[in-house]
Design a protein around this ligand. Structure first.
Ligand code: SF4
Ligand code: SF4
Ligand code: SF4
Length: 244
């Protein structure tokens, strides 16, 4: 068991806009590209051009079709990476102390040299935000691009996470969510940003901005066929959309 530090005043994190994300996967590619060559061991790619390619990613984007009541079905693109939780079960469950949360800025990291690849943290994370790298044998997760955001060798405009720098629709924002006056905190307040699955009580630092319902229209003729309670992230997004 690893103890968590007291909640830091500075809470660096991402704000992701589900209304403007178009699911283009540019952030996934930028994340993989940057993190393949810097912090920690490279991210594996196995059978990359074969029939069963698989590999390690720190950020994935899933697309779901949801069916709000009395509205047309719509696609929601849902980027998923570590949310740098204040109450991080992945940290407390780690038997070696390899997983830790930084007191100074709240970033959750893995010390790869202390990781024994047991996978407990991935099991404890309710968001599926950690991936065990099969080649390196160590746990991988979003580092919040800690090797970019404090990197004086980069131009100032590049001292943001690779995914934020790359997103063509400006759907990803980076900043200090512990400062109520920061641009990201103001954005969350203005747009009604929310925690992902708050019932898990992980207190995520990252926030999501809600998608808009695409106008009330006649219910789709397919609605009865879709009238099945979706589960997991899809079900959660379904219920969320009903609120906006
Ligand atoms: S780059 Fe931006 S628009 Fe494209 S999938 Fe990622 S968050 Fe969505
Ligand atoms: S999202 Fe998962 S991996 Fe990231 S801090 Fe929270 S529990 Fe840990
Ligand atoms: S902050 Fe960096 S490591 Fe995290 S998802 Fe974005 S590009 Fe990947």
């Amino acid at each position: 068991m690893t103890a968590l530090p007291p909640p830091s005043a500075k809470k660096l994190g991402l704000v992701i806009d589900l209304d403007t994300c178009v699911g283009c996967q540019a952030c996934v590619t930028a994340c993989k590209g940057w993190n393949d060559q810097g912090y920690g061991a490279p991210l594996s790619d196995m059978d990359a051009y074969g029939s069963a390619p698989c590999g390690t990613f720190l950020n994935r984007v899933h697309s779901y079709e949801v069916q709000p009541e009395a509205a047309a079905p719509q696609i929601i693109n849902f980027p998923r990476s570590c949310l740098h939780c204040d109450n991080a079960p992945c940290v407390t469950v780690c038997p070696t102390g390899a997983s830790y949360k930084r007191a100074e800025d709240g970033i959750v990291l893995v010390n790869e040299s202390a990781c024994i690849g047991c996978g407990l943290c991935a099991w404890a994370c309710p968001y599926g935000a950690r991936e065990l790298d099969a080649e390196a044998g160590v746990m991988k997760k979003c580092t919040l691009c800690v090797d970019r955001i404090y990197n004086d060798n980069l131009a100032e405009e590049d001292r943001v996470p690779a995914c934020v720098r790359t997103c063509p629709t400006g759907a990803r924002h980076f900043g200090d969510l512990g400062d109520p006056e920061s641009a990201v905190s103001r954005l969350v307040a203005e747009r009604g940003g929310y925690d992902l699955m708050p019932e898990m009580e992980t207190k995520p630092v990252n926030k999501y901005l809600p998608p808009r319902k695409k106008g009330a229209v006649e219910a789709s003729p397919l609605a009865p066929l879709l009238d099945v309670q979706a589960t997991g992230f899809a079900g959660w997004l379904d219920r969320l959309l009903e609120k906006f």
